[in-house]
Design a protein around this ligand. Sequence first.
Ligand code: AMP
Length: 523
Amino acid sequence: MNPLIGIDLGTTYSCLAGMIEGAAKVIPNLEGAATTPSMVCLASTGETLVGNLAMRQSLTNPERTLFAIKRLIGQKFGSARVQEARRHLPYALVEAANGDVQVKVGERRITPQEVSALILGYLKKSAEAYYGTAVREAVVTVPAHFDDNQRQATKDAALIAGLDVLRVINEPTAASLAYGLHRKRAGKVAVFDMGGGTFDITLLEISEGVFHVLATAGDSYLGGEDFDRRLVDWLLTEFKRETREDLSGDKYALQRIKEAAEKAKRELSFTQESEINLPFIASASVGSRHLRRTLTRPLLEELTRDLVEKAFPLVEGALAEAGLRPGEIEDIILVGGQTRMPLLRRQVADFFGRAPNDHLNPDEGVALGAAIQAGILSGEMSEIVLLLDVTSLSLGIEIEQDGFERIIEKNATLPVRKTKPFTTVEDGQRRVRIHVLQGESGKASENTSLGMFDLVGISAASAGIPQIDVTFEIDVNGMVRVSARDTVSGREQKMVVEPSSGLSRSQKNEIMKQASAEGAKNG
Ligand code: AMP
């Protein structure tokens, strides 16, 4: 049997794990490291570098080194968040014909799905080298609050990489599996997950073998990258104040500053002071300029305190939805590299009235949980585990005057299905259009559009007579399905689906054909 792997596809780092001799273990990448930078370099020579190799040359090749691609996957180019991201990224973003965001490198346009596929492909190869056999199936994790477009796009990325995704699992839920598998005592726990790009809070009740998610909330634009940017902005301002030179347009200098800022931020989780030293950051007519600064932990905390604080209203919201008070949470599990920051740990401890649990490695817990889920699916796990996850976003349809009618409420346990009857409003009407959306706003236009579903071929009848039952379903992967049935004839009602984003079947086939041709060319 081919091994089934678990993959944590992170914004900044990714991690791979598998079931080895009955236990979940991290599988090293081709270079022997436990985590792989989620970076891809598309060199002008046509060569593609992934992971550490891409990271090592990012300073000299910022326009061709793609990072934080997870912030773009399944997103529209015109969205406020993509436009904001665009201001800071050294590589170019463009709009696809369906409004999705794409990356432009030289003359080549590439979708976030294809970039993620290169990272997943590297991890697949690493697993194959480790096991010495082909690997075709995986469990892949996503942030709990990823919508259907983002989940579908992640699944497509895996498909392009030659991986069949047997299950998509929420990152915090995966971490709770790694934490709670051998826990005997029943209790309520919180998973506080802040990685490179996203923040999730998930509240669970764990009793022997049963993982019941009570509520989840999050922000896909709150993570380590935002902390780094604050430091970059501070360094740019300081440099300008001192030299009157503005480095914000210099991509090479920016890349060096960003790297140094991230390194200093990490160091300050363990020390009180960190030196930033970037010689020859700019060459002015009067002589070369260097950037030297000492960053202290209190200053870092001052510059980023509001980012840490931004997480807590979401935690409060999740607690309210679960009907819990902070004191009722017995254990807090920290996941994601950014949770190493002492300020964040202090605030978490203050909020819940207890120190967070330190047992799970924040970089590896999610991948280990994905491997456990893989073990459950492949039957390699001897323990009986029941995982009851929830949907993080409400699902509904557009109604008159830009209204949004909820059909499945957020935090409903998965899988969930709801049926709603539809009819016609005009005599002889043969077609009904349903616009399906995800989100929490009362306004349709403020939620994420998943697609237009046209019920077609309705038998001609007077207004209000036909009855078509439309079933909205969210499966265990958190993915949405819509189907319709004519209640008079009992027949499956025909639907024409116009997805709002993502790759069409023919685009996927074309990309996969190209990828396999390139693979053959590169040996
Ligand atoms: P992840 O995607 O979970 O690997 O999280 C990566 C993020 O965690 C990046 O933004 C890192 O800069 C950040 N990070 C890693 N180690 C530390 C640390 N020691 N202190 C603060 N942030 C860290």
